[in-house]
Design a protein. Sequence first.
Length: 278
Amino acid sequence: MLPHSFSHFVQQSVSASPDGSDLGAAPPTLPPLLPYGSVLQSACLIARYKRFMADVTLENGQITTLHCPNTGRMTGCAEPGWRVWYSTSANPKRKYPYTWELSQSPAGHWIGVNTGRANALVAFALQQGVISELAGYGDWRQEVAYGEEGSRIDLLLTGHQAGAPDCYVEIKSVTLLGDGERPELGAAGVGFFPDAPSARASKHLRELIRIRQSGQRAMILFCVQHSGIRQVRPATHIDADYAHWLDQALDAGVELLAYGATLTPDGSALTHRLPIQR
């Protein structure tokens, strides 16, 4: 379990040079990784269905069902025949003990499909001092109720050593990679959020605008779990309402940040800052 306190922040990001010239570049050496709940095993994807389930063929030829912890469309992340990686739960009460964690595309890209892991990756990055923009806070809490529309913030950072305002951080997992060919996927090498219309994501932006207007810090942090994404852009072609509220949020002073993950079957970690296009 990750502790709720972190005091050993470093002041420089491991990924971004002062002029931003190396934004989007993964680190040359493997950083400390956040492990999964178990050793990952590989399988061949047959199909995802009912949003939360996927049938796969195991390496021994057996067909079984994985739990799919992802409510999005997973466009370009779940094609039949792809290699996938899954963890195994030791809980005997679970109907489906296997959880889908990673996809591996024919192009060699690694994709983190477990959206629930995004918050843990950000927390781990804070502990490792990777996100310099959030340095100096002494404590954090997860899933704190706030706002006027019945929301919960992913991370609330408090106790800044220099007295800076508390920071409300909403974390969004990004896995939709444009291919430059299909209009619905957008430009090649660009990651888009959201991958489907999301009234909930727009609600979070409105909540953060109010937080910023109250004098606190507010931030959207894109957790990019796709090794092929080199920059991030709001998916105006998918959800124009979200793009509108994002513009309103940025004009109000809400901060916007994107960090890319290094993904392996042994573990994963946020390691490099990515540029954002508006």
